[in-house]
Ligand binder design. Structure first.
Ligand SMILES: Nc1ncnc2c1ncn2[C@@H]1O[C@H](COP(=O)(O)OP(=O)(O)OP(=O)(O)O)[C@@H](O)[C@H]1O
Length: 722
């Protein structure tokens, strides 16, 4: 149908862009069909180490453009058709050239670009050009698409002097439109509206350590994820074969961010919650929280010497002497001799790898202690002794293979813990630790236990597979698998042969740590094992930290960094919270932490936060949640102290609220990194009292809303108010 001249400029421009988008999808359809034929013929020859993935570099027998189109089509298949279009940007340049920018690159039959991948250097001006530095761009256009349909356009005129008189400019800017959109349960990519300072961090070279800091809502998480996609694009061979690990604070957080990388066309990344990082060496993962005081002990570097002592501590039910009969003569090794052998062997071997050496040392000691009546050659003596059932049984009992869980569980005994932790932990901390380990076997490890178990695997050496089986069945439950997202990279690592004498940690070529301010010193040690020769991106905001000893965690991080090159980026704009909400949150945090890095909120809604007081918490919560569900189109979060959660969940369930599928009840710790359109913070004073970070945890809660904030005090205005 011809476009009528009297249609409005938006309709006309949409039709123009739709025509180009149609060409792109048509090209992809054709290319996929022909490339699949070529690829399936060539697959047996060029099968890559990534399963069904034919590498761009491996296409020796395929025409380069076919491989290219095949890759593009494969990536297209993972895009979320309902939300995200393939093409999202257009640049009109001063020289008249038009470039389209998309989630992936697509070329036409003549290998001319129809769409440039957003990560390619040619797409850089899309993110960096400004009216003061237009980089030869006259107009930047953001296309809003639903699947393959163009539904909206937002333009920025960057160089009015060089603009052709016919150039149409539409909309008030894509960023504001994107920021005002209702939020769902999952984070979206921001590929169409990445801002200049964010782009610099995204495209920074991979080597060494890239540290990204900034206050709440400045896009640190989303920038980290886009950087991951950028690194995979720009160094695919290195990062796809070496693996990329993304670590976030919790399973809830992973669920929240899990769509972002696939929507950018990247799937070969391993996402793990901090509690599930050791799942490569342990059959269990930790998602349970500890109470803040116990978590502080478990996360501290003081645990390191304690665990070392624990590994050297003989088991209580170990035999005290070895006694056996050879040629009618009794040979005996008593406790001091056994202790000496144990010490010598452990000086050179990890416990689980030391059994053979221990047996040899026992044979040596027995040989030396034999009475003269024993008359035989050394070889004969060794054969005879090793065949004795007494000797074998002694070996099992005296030098058992130990799992990390079995060893850590010993610290649930307060007397042992107090003795072993002398000079390292106070008596109070030792008791907290013991109490915090009583449920280790019954309930599985806590998040903080994960790093302790990992340290123990490191100290003990892995349990050989045959010995592991009985341990494995202890905890495996449906839940434990959900704390990580299994990707191609994981599946490959599972297929790896296990060498019981080799440390089995999976290592990665790049590691991205989000919410790094909450990583404890013991967790940093655990992470370092996964990225010993990796490059790192570390994202965080100290003002949102739950960790009581900032110096200790800084030290642990500095130790990881060593002399590697460090690059720092600071994000300065808060894209999440309206100015009215962030103003309140900043006043709360600076009262306790005057050095907090406060960004500038980019958006204002004109609606002040509502600071409410109620005499009846149940009624108050239900009323305010009902109002919020009516006022915002997207999600509503109720952020409460841990001890009120069950009661609030029950009240909300009983109230049968309309729109409850948009509603979530979380603690401030769980709300880390998440956001909701409307937020109700219940009894902020209790949040301060019960959460590990005190006022900093309340600051996290107050900075979660994208639209509305309500706080609810019980009985009288709270002490938290600025
Ligand atoms: N350039 C952008 N365009 C559109 N949306 C953006 C942009 N940058 C950030 N956002 C949005 O701002 C919100 C906050 O981003 P993000 O969660 O990454 O911030 P953060 O710095 O990690 O926050 P916090 O420290 O509070 O967890 C998200 O909804 C994100 O999509």
């Amino acid at each position: 149908m011809a476009i009528e001249s009297h249609t409005d400029p938006l309709t006309t421009e949409i039709a123009v862009e739709q025509a180009h988008v149609d060409r792109v999808y048509a090209r992809l359809g054709d290319a996929t069909r022909s490339a699949e034929q070529v690829a399936s013929a060539g697959r047996s020859l060029f099968h890559s180490d990534r399963g069904s993935y034919v590498r761009e570099e491996d296409g020796t027998g395929l025409y380069e453009r076919d491989v290219f189109a095949f890759q593009a089509a494969k990536r297209l298949a993972v895009l979320d058709g309902e939300h995200e279009g393939l093409v999202f940007g257009r640049l009109d340049r001063t020289d008249g050239e038009v470039r389209y920018v998309g989630r992936i690159g697509v070329r036409d039959d003549d290998y001319e670009p129809l769409v440039i991948d957003w990560r390619a250097p040619a797409a850089e001006p899309f993110y960096r050009a400004t009216p003061t530095l237009p980089m030869d761009v006259v107009r930047r256009r953001v296309l809003r698409c639903t699947g393959d349909r163009v539904v909206g356009i937002e333009d920025d005129l960057l160089d009015s002097e060089n603009a052709d008189g016919e150039l149409v400019v539409i909309g008030e800017g894509a960023l504001m439109a994107a920021l005002s959109r209702a939020r769902g349960h999952q984070m979206r990519d921001i590929v169409a509206t990445i801002q200049g300072e964010q782009d610099e961090a995204i495209r920074a070279p991979y080597q060494g350590f890239t540290l990204i800091s900034g206050g709440p809502g400045t896009g640190k998480t989303v920038v980290g994820l886009h950087r991951t996609a950028y690194l995979l694009y720009s160094n695919r061979r290195r990062f796809e074969s070496g693996g990329v690990l993304v670590v976030g604070p919790s399973r809830v957080f992973l669920n929240y961010i899990e769509r972002v990388l696939p929507s950018l066309g990247e799937e070969s990344v391993t996402l793990r919650s901090i509690g599930s990082v050791p799942s490569d060496v342990l059959p269990v993962t930790g998602e349970r929280p500890d109470d803040p005081a116990t978590a502080a002990v478990k996360g501290s570097l003081r645990m390191q010497p304690l665990l070392k002592r624990l590994v050297l501590e003989p088991l209580t039910d170990q035999p005290l002497e070895l006694r056996l009969v050879v040629q009618g003569q009794v040979l005996v090794l008593r406790a001091p001799a056994l202790a000496g052998i144990r010490r010598d062997v452990l000086a050179h071997h990890k416990l689980n790898a030391g059994r053979e050496a221990a047996e040899k040392a026992l044979l040596n000691a027995l040989w030396r202690s034999r009475p003269s009546e024993v008359d035989m050659e050394r070889d004969e003596f060794d054969d005879l002794v090793t065949d004795l059932a007494t000797f074998t049984m002694f070996g099992h009992a005296w030098w058992p293979t130990l799992s990390a869980t079995t060893v850590l569980q010993r610290l649930a005994d307060p007397a042992l813990t107090r003795r072993l932790s002398q000079g390292v932990l106070s008596a109070r901390d030792a008791d907290l630790l013991s109490a915090g380990l009583t449920d280790l076997v019954a309930l599985g490890p806590t998040v903080a236990d994960g790093a302790l178990l990992d340290e123990l695997v490191h100290l003990l050496g892995p349990v050989p597979p045959s010995a592991e089986e009985s341990e494995t069945s202890l905890f495996l439950d449906a839940d434990s698998e959900m704390s990580e997202l299994v990707t191609t990279a994981d599946r490959l690592s599972v297929q790896r042969e296990v060498d019981p004498f080799d440390l089995p940690h999976r290592t990665y070529a790049h590691v991205l740590i989000d919410e790094a301010q909450d990583v404890t010193p013991m967790q940093w040690r655990m992470l370092r094992r996964r990225g010993a020769s990796a490059s790192w991106t570390i994202v965080g905001d100290p003002a949102q930290s739950s960790w009581p000893d900032a110096d200790e965690t800084d030290r642990a991080l500095r130790e990881i960094i060593g002399h590697a090159p460090v690059r720092r980026f600071r994000m300065s704009t808060n894209y999440r919270s309206p100015a009215e909400v962030f103003d309140l949150a900043s006043r709360v945090v600076v009262k306790a932490f005057p050095d907090a890095d406060l960004p500038t909120a980019v958006r204002s809604t004109g609606v002040e936060p509502l600071l409410a007081v109620t005499d009846d918490l149940s009624t108050g919560v239900v009323e305010h949640v009902r109002d919020l569900l009516r006022e915002v189109a997207g999600t509503v979060g109720v952020i409460c102290p841990p001890d009120r959660r069950t009661e609030i969940e029950a009240d909300l369930l009983a109230a049968d609220l309309e729109g409850a599928d948009r509603l979530a009840v979380v603690t401030s710790t769980e709300s880390k990194g998440l956001e909701y359109d409307g937020v109700l913070v219940v009894t902020p004073d209790d949040v301060v009292a019960q959460a590990p970070g005190g006022v900093r945890s309340l600051y996290v809660a107050l900075t979660r809303p994208t639209q509305r904030l309500v706080t609810l005090d019980l009985g009288a205005p709270g002490r938290w108010r600025p």
